[in-house]
Design a protein around this ligand. Sequence first.
Ligand code: HEC
Length: 150
Amino acid sequence: MVRGKFIIAAVISFTTLLISSQVFAQADVIEKRQQAMKGNSADAKAIKAAVESKDYATIETKAKDIMGTAEKIPGLFPKGSTAGKTKATAAIWEKSDDFAKAAKNLGKAASELAAAAKAKDDAEIGVKVKALGDACGSCHKAFRAEKYAE
Ligand code: HEC
């Protein structure tokens, strides 16, 4: 009997360990993608300031930064990473093609902005900055919750 209880206790604590390590791993994943998004935000702000000062080199560099992040976005949202302080909605995995498309759309907008900056074309830069903002916003609208899940 005593032995049975020990086994049960061992199984329970092992399960707890397993669950908590999974939650931990998920917290890391969530933290990582939120950091990437914060990076997007910092890049977008730097772009806005650079547009004001006609700093074309910075616009181009930051737009390329966003291109790099955009490519990583789908991989930053592994299936089931929903436990924790996250605003990710189930739609990300239910409509994963659309989510991937939204990430591609961001990469395209960033790439076109980089090209406009390289050409020092102010009018085109204005159009592409707006397209970039729309690419962030439309994905958030479709796939980001207003509030954290926790
Ligand atoms: C393909 C979809 C997609 C695109 C494109 C996208 N985001 Fe996000 N973003 C998300 C999702 C989903 C979250 C919620 C992540 C979470 O809480 O786990 C998020 C969260 C954020 C956050 C909050 C991060 C935090 O600390 O909680 C910021 C800031 C952000 N995005 C900025 C941007 C900016 C700026 C752009 C464009 C340059 C952008 N995002 C493009 C999907 C996207």
